[in-house]
Write a protein that binds this ligand. Structure first.
Ligand code: ADP
Ligand code: MG
Ligand code: MG
Length: 869
């Protein structure tokens, strides 16, 4: 049978899958000689086996744990539960991928009524011993036995209030002894049994609790949000305790080797004197900035700073380090690659290349393409900001700008979000239960907590704007209001947050577009050097096109013309065109649309400055354009000089049971060729106009929804005729292409035939996914959620390309297309074009380009580069 327990001396950072992130790094730090309190790790394998064995700790595992415990006792010359020199332990979970705050740690394990006295005698510090004991009882009761924390905190608060204390550190030995008694009473009252005094029993219960916590709802949500597989399991680290709560020469803290918001290369962190464990992040007292440690313990500061350098050089990445000082002795309790904002990630990667810590390829691979999204978020408009009322300032915990209506608990935020409102989550401080609310919010505001508080860490990871520790704001979660001095803001009122400055404003402030400069540009240049796949954008307006070009788009992969039809001054003409009874009538309306479309196209061509531009001819079912309100219908009837009944009849005629599979795309052009004829003319005339303005244009005209080569043949003939006519009329020589979307499965199956007529394919993977699965895009969300929760699907196929099915069609059609037409241009223009895993697939099957919304262009560029490495 296997080995389920490893001493820190046996492991290394490469053993993350087995030892979890924390365990592997504790072992690695032990190996390179850093001061890590000794201990051992129970493997993730053991966790999975535990679940297979109906959540029981089996004999073999028990033996291994006990053997390692004896070793540890020997090393430290202490014994668990000893009444002279007791060993105290921390029991720490450690998943393979770090899950901050998700799993619970138990400290000071091994204490009971006799051991606490021994500890007190041995350390000559009775206060410390009882402080540790009350902490242990609370943590054990909460984490292992599930007794609610507030029951303990209430007692602490009562004592503090009656004695007039502000901080826990003011509690006297007698206070602490009383607290211990009261805490044990709570335990007894809640569970109808005594607090377990046998340290081995405590240990095994704690180990089980860590295993069990792998499946708690908070951990579950975090894994879903971050695509972490459920089957990984968690390791358990059992480590000897060191104590930051031994008085003024002790303390505990966390630090990042570089600034996790900006990337600046300076030590960044906080610590608290005379404190233990989570005190720093829990916001009990306000932590001190790490720099001030230099003044109060210069030697320790120096040693710590040196250690952070060693760790960064060793891991070649920014580290997030937890440390404790026990009587002026430094211990390192954890290191991991630090979470950071996208801005910091880019800055750090670029800096580390110039520091020669990593090379460009490593830098490229290090940035999470999805995270780039953060950088592309807007900030407040300067002018609007000047007029805004600043009401308070907190810590700039996670950058970005956010405006929304305030809500005071996570579920209200989720509900508001579902109603289409933008919401700001306001809390005293956040906890893992708030995760869903944080996800649904525009931004987060907390009254308590520092730069490493739960709200700050989680928001940075999500790329959400967050202002934390805004201490002059009084939050009443029960009254659902916040107060700053005399000002009261109630649920549903607007505020705005600037996560880069910590400022809080009233009202809804206008935001700016993003500027991507400096190290971002340098980084993206490296990305473009290694990228093979081209990245285009989906853009329907000159504005979108310009934004996309700014973000590095190399062309337009999809310009949807229907959006142009919806414009207010055009829709009456469009409606007339659709409801015309005769071709002449329709022609008349189309003639009015022609100059409008011509202008649309010339502007888009000009915005693209000669980059390839694919324009799709009209695609949606015509009734989408028709009026629904009685009043609008009446007006239209008047306008068209026909009766209300007559027009109702025509509208009814256009109704379809299944419009997405109905009269749309190329099928429209089979019935009404004049629509595409007008559009083809507008495209060419627009192109000529742009050319006359000095832009080098060669339009790509795209026919949607082809399923049979004969459809394309029929349509292409009249489209090409118009194009040639326009060119002849204006005596211009211009290259152009006619191609098709591949979005009907039959088109993919017969791509070799279709390629005879099509000069390019653009895979419309939204429709192709819809039609391959037979899932309606408009309705599938209702049940796909269950597919994901029941793990029938790992991912929503409308978001991540289904490689095995839809992807197979794309791959096959590409191959067939190239067999017929060697130089056929191949691209993808569905939502998938900006999704990193799908981009990788497109690279692997050798498409020429992906096309995605403007804001995702940088993401696609990076994903394409990563796919090429
Ligand atoms: P998390 O994964 O939530 O960060 P940890 O296992 O790192 O949980 O524990 C949280 C905190 O508990 C640590 O930052 C540290 O302050 C404290 N802690 C953990 N183990 C020990 C130990 N052996 N001695 C002293 N403090 C510890
Ligand atoms: Mg930790
Ligand atoms: Mg389509």
């Amino acid at each position: 049978m296997g080995k389920f327990v490893y001493s820190f001396k046996e492991g290394s950072k490469e053993m993350k899958n087995l030892l979890g992130g924390k365990g592997a790094n504790l072992a690695e730090m032990t190996k390179i000689g850093l001061p890590v309190p000794p201990g051992f790790t129970i493997t993730t394998d053991a966790c999975n086996t535990y679940y297979k064995k109906d959540k029981k700790i089996w004999d073999e595992l028990l033996d291994e744990i006990m053997t390692n415990l004896s070793e540890l006792e020997k090393t430290l010359d202490k014994k668990l539960g000893d009444n002279e020199n007791p060993l105290l332990l921390s029991v720490r979970s450690g998943a393979v991928i770090s899950m901050p705050g998700m799993m619970d740690t138990i400290l000071n394990l091994g204490l009971n009524d006799t051991a606490v006295q021994a500890l007190s005698k041995k350390t000559n510090n009775e206060r410390f011993a009882y402080d540790s004991y009350r902490r242990f009882i609370q943590m054990f009761s909460d984490v292992v036995m599930g007794i609610q924390k507030y029951k303990f905190e209430r007692i602490l608060d009562d004592i503090k209030e009656s004695k007039g204390y502000k901080y826990d550190t003011e509690l006297t030995v007698d206070d602490l002894k009383n607290i211990v008694v009261e805490f044990k009473n709570i335990y007894k009252k809640e569970l109808r049994q005594e607090f377990p005094s046998d340290p081995k029993e405590q240990l095994l219960l704690a180990v089980k609790a860590v295993f069990d916590s792998w499946n708690n709802p908070r951990a579950d949500i975090y894994r879903k949000l971050n695509d972490i597989p459920h089957k990984l399991g968690t390791a358990v680290n059992i480590q000897s305790m060191v104590f930051g709560n031994m008085g003024q020469t002790s303390g505990t803290g966390v630090a990042f080797t570089r600034n996790p918001s900006t990337g600046e290369n300076v030590l960044f962190g906080e610590y608290l004197v005379d404190a233990q464990g989570e005190d720093v992040v829990a916001g009990i007292r306000t932590p001190q900035p790490i720099a001030s440690l230099k003044e109060i313990m210069p030697d320790i500061y120096k040693q710590f700073e040196d250690t952070t350098r060693i760790l960064e050089d060793h891991y070649k990445d920014m580290q997030d380090i937890e440390f404790t000082i026990e009587n002026e002795n430094l211990y390192i309790l954890q290191t991991r690659n630090g979470k950071r904002t996208a801005k910091a990630a880019i800055n750090i990667a670029v800096d580390m290349v110039s520091e020669k810590l990593i090379d460009k390829k490593q830098a490229i691979m290090r940035i999470d393409a999805k995270q780039l999204d953060q950088l592309l978020h807007p900030n407040f408009e300067e002018k609007a900001l000047k007029q805004a009322t600043l009401i308070s300032k907190g810590l700039p915990a996670s950058p970005g700008a956010a405006s929304g209506k305030v809500y005071f608990n996570a579920s209200d935020v989720v509900a508001a979000n579902e109603n289409g409102e933008k919401a700001i989550l306001v809390r005293l401080e956040t906890s893992p239960e708030d995760i869903e609310g944080m996800v649904s919010s525009e931004g987060i505001l907390t009254a308590r907590g520092g730069m490493t508080s739960h709200a700050a860490v989680v928001a940075r990871g999500m790329g959400k704007c967050c202002v934390a520790g805004c201490s002059d704001i009084k939050v009443s979660e029960s009254k659902k209001e916040l107060r700053v001095k005399d000002l009261v803001i109630k649920e549903g009122e607007y505020i705005s947050l600037d996560g880069s400055t910590g400022s809080v404003y009233t009202g809804n402030i206008t935001k700016n577009e993003v500027e991507l400069v400096g190290k971002f540009e340098e980084f993206m240049d490296w990305v473009d050097e290694v990228r093979v796949l081209k990245v285009r954008t989906n853009a329907d307006t000159p504005n979108d096109a310009k934004t996309a070009v700014k973000f590095g788009a190399e062309g337009i992969g999809l310009c949807r013309t229907e959006h142009m039809f919806f414009e207010e001054d055009r829709i009456p003409v469009v409606r007339k065109m659709i409801l015309s009874k005769t071709v002449d009538e329709r022609q008349e309306a189309l003639e009015k649309l022609l100059p409008m479309q011509r202008k649309d196209f010339s502007e888009i061509f000009e915005a693209m400055e000669g980059r390839d531009t694919t324009i799709r001819l009209l695609d949606p079912p015509l009734h989408e354009f028709l009026p629904k309100k009685e009043e609008d219908i009446k007006n239209l009837a008047d306008d068209m000089n026909i009766s209300y009944e007559d027009i109702l009849k025509r509208i009814e005629d256009l109704e379809e049971f299944n419009p997405m599979l109905g009269h749309r795309g190329c099928r429209l052009a089979v019935t009404y060729p004049e629509i595409y004829i007008m559009q083809a003319r507008a495209i060419m005339e627009g192109a000529i106009e742009a050319k006359n303005n000095g832009v080098d244009v060669s339009p790509e005209i795209m026919i949607p929804l082809i399923g049979d080569v004969n459809e394309l043949k029929y349509i292409k003939e009249f489209v090409v005729n118009v194009v040639e006519d326009v060119l002849k009329e204006s005596k211009v020589d211009m290259k152009y292409m006619v191609g098709t979307m591949i979005e009907v499965p039959r088109a993919a199956l017969t791509a070799d035939e279709i390629a005879k007529e099509a000069e390019f394919f653009s895979f419309g993977t939204n429709d192709l996914t819809q039609m391959t699965y037979g899932f309606s895009r408009d309705d599938a969300n209702k049940f796909l959620v269950e597919y994901e929760s029941k793990e029938i699907f790992e991912k929503d196929p409308f978001q991540t390309l289904d490689k095995n099915g839809v992807g197979k069609l794309v791959k096959m059609a590409s191959k067939l297309g190239r067999e017929t037409r060697e130089d056929i241009k191949l691209g993808i223009c569905g939502e998938h074009g900006g999704e990193p895993a799908s981009v990788e697939f497109c690279h692997n099957i050798g498409l020429n380009y992906v096309s995605c919304s403007p804001y995702r262009v940088p993401i696609a560029r990076l994903a394409a580069a990563q796919a090429a490495l």
